[in-house]
Design a protein around this ligand. Structure first.
Ligand code: ZN
Ligand code: ZN
Length: 645
């Protein structure tokens, strides 16, 4: 044991030594700390930093760790002096809001808001650090403010002392030494296998344990045996978990994360920046809906807040150490804003897993298509929601939507598009705004109500996660989602007045008409043959949306506790080409395009029949057979030893 300890110290010492070698003496090194996945170098002589602007990158390249340089607290200017210095050093074009400056004394960071944070690049930040001792963190001032982002920023700043302590403890844990050399990699299916909902996978090595996604099946909320991942949270030993990694904000991937914190998990939650905000919005809404419909939810707002304090947001394409033998990189998945394909490198050089989460292998009006090139891949865990389905071509889908809008405008009716808050709502807005600008349809009002507004604000906050065209528009200061025709409805809306403002388009949550303002709008226009109801997303069994889509023309809705029977006389359309999931053709083509080629393919996130169809196609493809020697369709609770031959 003692010998092991010595070995352990030796490895860490070697790392520290190779860092120290790179730090010029004049910087006056004070200490080196492990802060979460980062190694932080504290120096006393801030002025000397001006000469060494690329020092952090150089050291990072050498030791293959993420390096941050901070100035010790006694060498920083006081906030008042720092503030005027920062205003002097930042270019006017950045549009910095002086009132927004906030100083985090614990981390030595100053948070600012700017119209164009692009102007606060590496050079400006380096100058601010050298002149004031504070690290500049910039947020975009969005034309539509995200309340969630404001709250999250407040929460993070309020918890700053705790967060520093958490990061230091985590840093020690991540950089603990690997004791056992002969390692293995095993995955266990905890949920979302041969089904959609409650996605979760446990990845274990001899050294570490990582959880990928921890979702909830909303449709089965009344029955925990069907709604939650199959795991007794006690037997999972949450204190043994090194990390939880969530691919995207949808509830079937992120919805049950607060439960882990309720049961005492205090480790990190790795997500992309937009996912952090979107999951806060979605889970809050879930808590709200559960409360209003008196359905039981096993966690509260408090557990969500605990989860958010432990969140470590990371950007696409950044390699981050999450355990002594595991490196995580997230790549664009093309599914919703911030959605990620997870690449896990188990090392050194042992094994590489790519987990797609939900992904779209085609460009959309909002996002670029999913990433295909990885440093190494041995196993591909891929979703197969549409494994047996071919979707309508996207351009045709857009054309149909525009045609229906044109007809409704001519007849002076109302077009109602029920959407979920994330993804489709923003995309439909882009399609309709473009069509109006190109005069393909007349300019008529587009009313938007529900969570979709808050979510649109998050989209405007993170243009770098959107495709190039939309990103450039936002960076130029435009708001491609909210044009002058778009009216955002907040609070108690005068819905009866809105449906009288004919012709108009209404986009409202939720997407399957099983709640939200969309139901109320539907009730108001159901009997009007000049109006149209257009579904743009999947309609689950048992929802009002599904019944209407399947042809029901007399339906009942519950409005304020009263049952009302409606005669459906409006036109009903369903357009499936806007899906955020790859269809069968795209799934097959993704497997063929991924580079390098996986030896194993594991299918999840799809009904049995969809996964079976996909399995057969993969198995019978000569091209795929050449590289993939095994293809699995596991059931929940199955484990696979990936490192066995
Ligand atoms: Zn999803
Ligand atoms: Zn999903």
């Amino acid at each position: 044991m003692e010998a092991g300890r010595l070995q352990l110290d030796r490895n860490k010492l070697a790392l520290l030594k190779s860092i120290i070698e790179e730090i010029p003496a004049e910087l006056e090194l004070a200490s080196i700390e492990f802060e979460g996945p980062f190694i932080t170098i504290y120096v006393k002589n801030r002025r000397a930093l001006a000469e060494y602007q690329t020092l952090a990158q150089n050291i990072a390249k050498k030791v293959r760790k993420r390096i941050v340089i901070r100035v010790t607290s006694d060498s920083r200017l006081n906030p008042a002096e720092a503030k005027s210095k920062i205003l002097e050093l930042t270019p006017r074009e950045a549009g910095l809001d002086p009132g927004s400056m906030f100083f985090d004394e614990f981390l030595g960071e100053v948070w600012v808001k700017a119209l164009k944070p692009g102007y606060l690049g590496g050079k400006v930040r380096a100058a601010v650090l050298a002149e004031t001792g504070w690290r500049l963190v910039a947020q975009r001032i969005s034309p539509l403010e995200s309340k969630t982002l404001r709250e999250l920023t407040g929460l993070t700043l309020k918890q700053a002392p705790y967060r520093l302590e958490f990061l230091r403890k985590l840093g020690e844990r991540i950089h603990r030494d690997v004791v056992v050399k002969n390692n293995y990699v095993r995955i266990t299916a905890l949920g979302g296998f041969k089904e959609v909902g409650r996605s979760s996978i446990l990845v274990e090595t001899r050294e570490s344990k990582v959880l990928l996604d921890f979702g909830v099946n909303i449709g089965a909320l009344g029955d925990p045996s069907k709604a939650y991942p199959i795991v007794d949270v006690d037997s999972l030993r949450v204190d043994e978990l090194d990390a939880v990694i969530v691919t995207h904000a949808h509830l079937d991937h992120a919805g049950l994360v607060p439960l882990l914190y309720k049961y005492g998990y205090r480790g990190p939650l790795y997500v992309t920046e937009p996912t952090r905000e979107l999951m806060a919005i979605m889970i809050r809404d879930l808590i709200d809906v559960a409360r209003r419909s008196s359905r039981y939810l096993p966690f509260s707002e408090k557990d969500l807040a605990t989860a958010l304090v432990h969140t470590i947001p990371i950007s696409y394409d950044e390699v981050t150490d999450v355990a002594p033998d595991m490196k995580l990189t997230m790549y664009n998945a093309g599914h919703i804003l911030g959605s990620a394909i997870v690449h896990l490198h188990v090392g050194p050089g042992l094994y590489n897993i790519v987990y797609t989460g939900d992904f779209k292998y085609a460009d959309s009006r909002l996002l670029g298509k999913s990433h295909t090139v990885f440093p190494r891949v041995e196993a591909l865990i891929m979703e197969g929601t549409y494994g047996s389905t071919l979707q309508e071509d996207r351009l045709k889908a857009e054309q149909r939507l525009i045609e229906i809008a044109g007809r409704v405008a001519e007849r002076k009716g109302v077009m109602l598009i029920p959407v979920f808050s994330v993804g489709r709502g923003q995309e439909i807005l882009l399609v309709l705004n473009d069509a109006m600008r190109e005069k393909k349809i007349p300019e008529i009002p587009i009313y938007v109500e529900g969570l979709v507004n808050e979510v649109t604000a998050v989209h405007l906050q993170y243009p770098e996660y959107l495709n190039k065209r939309v990103r450039d528009l936002i960076l130029e200061g435009e708001n491609p989602f909210v044009t002058e025709n778009v009216k955002l409805i907040e609070g108690d809306a005068a819905r009866p007045d809105i449906v009288e403002d004919k012709p108009c388009i209404i986009i409202a949550t939720n997407g399957m008409l099983n709640g939200g303002p969309a139901v109320d709008y539907f009730r108001l226009i159901a009997s009007d043959p000049n109006s149209a109801l257009v579904f743009v997303g999947y309609q689950s069994e048992g929802t009002l949306g599904r019944r209407i889509k399947d042809g029901a023309r007399e339906v009942s809705v519950v409005i304020e506790g009263k049952v009302e029977v409606l005669n459906v006389k409006l036109e009903v359309h369903s357009i499936d080409g806007f899906s955020g999931h790859s269809d069968q053709r795209e799934l097959i083509s993704y497997v063929k395009s991924i580079n390098p080629k996986p030896k194993r393919i594991i299918l999840n996130h799809g009904e049995s029949s969809a996964l079976q169809a996909l399995y057969t196609l993969l198995k019978t493809s000569k091209e795929i057979r050449q590289f993939a020697s095994s293809i699995h369709v596991p059931s929940n609770l199955d484990s696979i030893n990936l490192t066995s031959q």
